[in-house]
Design a binder for this molecule. Structure first.
Ligand code: FMN
Length: 197
């Protein structure tokens, strides 16, 4: 089993469900296996932000999908070989569950396992503005080894559409989780004509 080509994707109920969809499309095109769990909150945001067909597309793109209540799923155990986990988008509720290791629901349990196994955990935490509790939870997960990667578009990358923007966010998340995003990620090339003296 190739651990390094396997990704757990937790989809929670923050705004930005399209990022999860784009991540799954990109992972599929890169040959990365995806093991998905979707929170109740995300069922709402997927429906509200993407419409009727998206839920089926998510299910179809995933290598495997497990219900939040399925605490006996393979991704609930550290012995199951996995490369990394991304939570995209990551709500403040799921962030808090991870920060305090509640292990309540499969998303928080899989994240807890990812941290205890010292694998990469990337959280695309989305809320605005942020209060002290949100910031404290971000600091706590960072100290525990997770990477907080807010889904902020790279405005320098000459983005031409919402799809382009979402793809860059998804590609950056995969790269941060340790996967090679291939040509999909447009890195900063430096300012043309800028010279250092
Ligand atoms: C359309 C919509 C957008 C939302 N956007 C956010 C958001 O950006 N960040 C957030 O933390 N919660 C957001 N919420 C609230 C969460 O869905 C809610 O707190 C939920 O209980 C999160 O639980 P979960 O982490 O289990 O999905 C939104 C809810 C809806 C219906």
């Amino acid at each position: 089993m190739n651990r390094s080509r396997r990704l757990i994707l937790g989809i929670s109920g923050a705004s930005g469900a399209v990022i999860a969809l784009e991540l799954l499309r990109l992972a599929r095109s890169l040959g990365i296996e995806t093991f998905v769990t979707v929170t109740k909150g995300a069922e709402l945001t997927i429906q509200h932000e993407l419409g009727d067909e998206a839920r089926g597309e998510i299910r179809g793109l995933a290598t495997g999908e497990y219900a939040m209540a399925e605490l006996g799923a393979p991704i609930a155990s550290g012995s199951y070989p996995m490369g990394a986990m991304i939570v995209a988008p990551c709500s403040m509720r799921s962030l808090a569950a991870i920060a305090y290791g509640t292990g309540e629901g499969l998303l928080a349990r899989a994240a807890d396992v990812t941290l205890k196994e010292r694998r990469r955990l990337v959280l695309l935490a989305r809320e605005a503005p942020l209060h002290e509790g949100h910031l404290e939870a971000m600091l706590k997960v960072t100290r525990m080894g997770a990477i907080v990667l807010p889904p902020v578009p790279p405005f320098y990358a000459g983005l031409s559409s919402l799809e382009d923007m979402t793809r860059q966010i998804a590609a950056r998340a995969l790269a941060t989780a340790g996967f090679d995003p291939g040509d999909s990620l447009r890195p900063w090339q430096g300012l043309t004509g800028s010279a250092t003296d």
